[in-house]
Design a binder for this molecule. Structure first.
Ligand SMILES: Nc1ncnc2c1ncn2[C@@H]1O[C@H](COP(=O)(O)OP(=O)(O)OP(=O)(O)O)[C@@H](O)[C@H]1O
Ligand SMILES: [Mg+2]
Length: 352
C-alpha cells in the first residue's frame, strides 16, 4: 500500500472540470512531481491534498487515513508556495517559528527545531535578520524551513522556484533535492518546467487538461513517452511530414507499421556529409540546410528533407562547425530512434 493515494479525484468548479478522474500513489520518502502546462490542474490537485479545497469526488488516503475527513490544519502537511509568503516584520527565526505556535510546542523545543530547520536550508547565520533585506532565493529557503519545521507527514511545493532567475533556480533545485533526501519526507512538487522536473524527481506525473498522461521515472518519461503529448511536452520533437518521402524512408528502414504520427527527437539525428552512406539499421536522408542556430553547448541545424524539415541537434559544436543555409548534407536516421503514435496519440510499439 502506497503512503499517499489519490483515487479517481474529480474537481468540478462552476462550469469547469479542473480534475477529471486523477489517480496517483506516492511512496514514503518519494520525490513526486506534477508536471504540465498552465491550467492542467496541478495546483487544484495540490490544494485538494492540503485541504484548501475539497474534491468533488474521489478519495485521498495518507498513511491509511482518510484525509478528506480531516480539516486542513490537522493534516500535518507542510506547504511552500510560489510567492514567498514571508512576514516582512518578523525575523527569519520568528517566520520559521510561526508554524509551531498553534501547535503549543514548548519554547525550548521551538528554539532547537527552528535552529535545525534553518541549518537544513543554510540560513542559520541569518536567523535574526528581517526578510525584507534578503534575496528571493533566501526568502524561498525561509518558506521551505517553515514548511519543514512542523515535521510534516507530507511536503507540498507549488512552483517554489518560478520567481527566481535561471541560475538561482538551478542552484536551489539541487538544494531542495538534497534536503528532501536528507529529511526523507514524501514530497509532491509542482512545476511546468520539464528540465526542472527531470532533474529533481524520483517520479514524474505528466498532466494535461485535468487528466494524467503518464507517470514514470524521469528516464521513462523522457526516453519512453507513452503519448504524443508527453513526447512533445518533455523535450522537443520532429514530426515526419505525411507523404511519399516519409513512406520511402519507413520502407528503407524496414518498417511496415501504420501510424498517424511518426516522430524523432533532434538529438537522435546526426549529420553526414552529402552522399555518405549509412550503417545497417539506418538511412542517410539527403537534404539541404535551411537554418543554423548556435546555442553554446549545442547547435540546432534545420534541414529540409523529403520527409519534411528536421531539426538535428549537434552537441558541443566546434567553433568552426558553422553550417550555411543552402549546403547539401545527409541526415542519419536510425530505425531505433523513431517513435510512432496512433490517431489517438497513443504510443505504438515498433517491435519486430
Ligand atoms: N475557483 C475556481 N473556479 C473556476 N475555475 C477554476 C478555479 N480554480 C481553478 N480553476 C480552473 O481550473 C483549471 C486548473 O487550474 P490550476 O490552478 O489547478 O492549474 P495549474 O496547472 O496549477 O496551472 P498554472 O501552471 O498556471 O499554475 C484552470 O483552467 C483554472 O482556470
Ligand atoms: Mg498552479
Amino acid at each position: 500500500m502506497a503512503y499517499l493515494t489519490v483515487t479517481d479525484g474529480v474537481k468540478q468548479f462552476t462550469g469547469f472540470r479542473a480534475l477529471n478522474g486523477v489517480s496517483i500513489s506516492v511512496e514514503r520518502g518519494e520525490f513526486f512531481t506534477l508536471l504540465g502546462p498552465s491550467g492542467c490542474g496541478k495546483t487544484t490537485l495540490l490544494r485538494a491534498i492540503a485541504g484548501f479545497n475539497d474534491l468533488t469526488s474521489g478519495s485521498i488516503m495518507l498513511d491509511g487515513q482518510d484525509l478528506r475527513a480531516i480539516p486542513p490544519h490537522k493534516r500535518d502537511i507542510g506547504m511552500v508556495f510560489q510567492d514567498y509568503a514571508v512576514f516582512p516584520h518578523l525575523s527569519v527565526f520568528d517566520n520559521v517559528a510561526f508554524g509551531l505556535k498553534p501547535r503549543k510546542v514548548p519554547a525550548e523545543q521551538i528554539k532547537t527545531r527552528v535552529a535545525e530547520a534553518l541549518s537544513a536550508v543554510h540560513l542559520q547565520a541569518l536567523a535574526e535578520r528581517l526578510p525584507a533585506a534578503m534575496s528571493g532565493g533566501q526568502q524561498q529557503r525561509i518558506g521551505l524551513a517553515r514548511a519543514m519545521v512542523i515535521n510534516p507527514r507530507l511536503l507540498l511545493m507549488d512552483e517554489p522556484l518560478s520567481n527566481l532567475d535561471a541560475k538561482l533556480r538551478i542552484e536551489l533545485r539541487e538544494e531542495i533535492r538534497d534536503i528532501q533526501k536528507r529529511v526523507d519526507i514524501a514530497t509532491i512538487y509542482v512545476t511546468h518546467d520539464q528540465e526542472e522536473a527531470l532533474a529533481i524527481s524520483d517520479r514524474i506525473c505528466v498532466m494535461s487538461a485535468g487528466h494524467i498522461e503518464q507517470i514514470g521515472t524521469p528516464q521513462e518519461i523522457y526516453g519512453n513517452p507513452q503519448t504524443l503529448f508527453v513526447a512533445n511536452f518533455v523535450g522537443t520533437l520532429n514530426t515526419l511530414a505525411d507523404g511519399e518521402g516519409r513512406a520511402k524512408l519507413l520502407a528503407e528502414l524496414g518498417i511496415s507499421a501504420n501510424a498517424a504520427h511518426w516522430t524523432i527527437r533532434p538529438e537522435r539525428l546526426s549529420l553526414l556529409e552529402a552522399g555518405q552512406g549509412a550503417p545497417s539499421g539506418a538511412v542517410a536522408l539527403a537534404g539541404t540546410i535551411s537554418k543554423f542556430t548556435y546555442l553554446g553547448r549545442e547547435a540546432h541545424v534545420l534541414v529540409d528533407t523529403p520527409a519534411g524539415a528536421l531539426v538535428v541537434q549537434v552537441s558541443n559544436p566546434a567553433l568552426g562547425a558553422v553550417r550555411t543555409p543552402g549546403e547539401a548534407v545527409s541526415v542519419l536516421v536510425e530505425r531505433s530512434a523513431l517513435m510512432a503514435f496512433d490517431a489517438d496519440s497513443k504510443r505504438l510499439s515498433l517491435e519486430g
